[in-house]
Design a protein around this ligand. Structure first.
Ligand code: 0L1
Ligand code: MG
Length: 257
């Protein structure tokens, strides 16, 4: 089994929006560490001057998300500039079986690294916080995978929408901030920031520790999606998705063919 060949298979499926079999079917001995290597190789393959590495995402940070997909630990993925929607419109025809979930995104002004950081080290490095909608789209058939598979598939990353408004990190208690997710005007999900590892700041701490094992860091200017505040809803063309964050505002995504 060659990791670079598996990475090519994953990159192709992500680029073309076509389903693939789980890597662990033909490679049952694949480890989670090797899956992170496949993730790195497949994303590096897509990087150009126009598609830059812009940050990280944490996934499976809530019990609801872990139960939804039958996996029991948080994972991370890589974000590139192609994933960021510059308008609140999602072309669903390019994706396989997309789902959307409400999140917060933290933008960093200073580098964060190390195995021993705590929340007190994170706050001073945060420039601002955005409201965010993450579109996830597993490249595996039936949205079904093992931990190893989903790590190799860049934690199902597909697209992200950030709010126009940025907030000071000290604007509110992000653990208590509530979001209600509507699909075509119908309430689908409700949750608080504390669903993300008890507090979104813990997600950043966890990420820094995890990427430190690869000798990597959150660099100044990077964003981090901290993880879903609710579990995800399936979406299709003509849907209107609205996340209502109360006094923080609303974020709307129009889904088209
Ligand atoms: O962002 C997420 O929590 C998704 C992580 C991967 C699992 C999934 O595709 O639901
Ligand atoms: Mg997510």
């Amino acid at each position: 089994m060659k990791l670079d060949q598996l990475a090519k298979r994953v990159a192709e499926s992500q680029k073309n929006g076509c389903e693939m079999d789980k890597l662990t079917i033909s490679n049952p001995e694949l480890t989670v560490n090797q899956a992170y290597e496949i993730q790195k190789l497949s994303i590096n393959e897509t990087l150009t001057d126009d598609n830059r590495f812009i940050g990280w995402k944490m996934g499976l940070t809530s019990k609801a998300k872990q139960q939804q997909v039958g996996v029991e630990e948080a994972i991370y993925g890589r974000l590139t500039s192609d994933m960021e929607l510059t308008k609140p419109v999602l072309k669903v025809g390019e994706l396989i079986h997309p789902r959307v979930e409400p999140e917060f995104a933290f933008l960093f002004k200073d580098e964060l690294k190390g195995a021993n950081i705590t929340a007190k080290d994170v706050w001073p490095a945060v420039e601002c916080v955005f409201l965010a909608l993450e579109v996830i789209d597993s490249r595996y058939k039936n949205f079904s995978f093992t931990l190893t598979d989903v790590v190799a598939d860049n934690a199902s990353s597909a697209k992200i929408l950030l709010s126009n408004q940025a907030y000071s990190p000290y604007h509110t208690d992000w653990a208590q901030a509530e979001v209600t997710l509507y699909q075509n005007g119908e309430m689908q999900k409700r949750g608080r920031g504390e669903a993300v590892l008890d507090h979104p700041i813990h997600s950043i701490v966890e990420l820094v520790k995890m990427i430190n094992r690869e000798g990597l860091s959150i660099q100044a200017g990077m964003i981090v999606l901290v993880g879903g505040i609710t579990d995800a809803v399936s979406i299709q063309a003509s849907d209107e998705i609205m996340a209502d964050y109360g006094e923080l505002g609303k974020l709307t995504l129009h889904v088209i063919e």
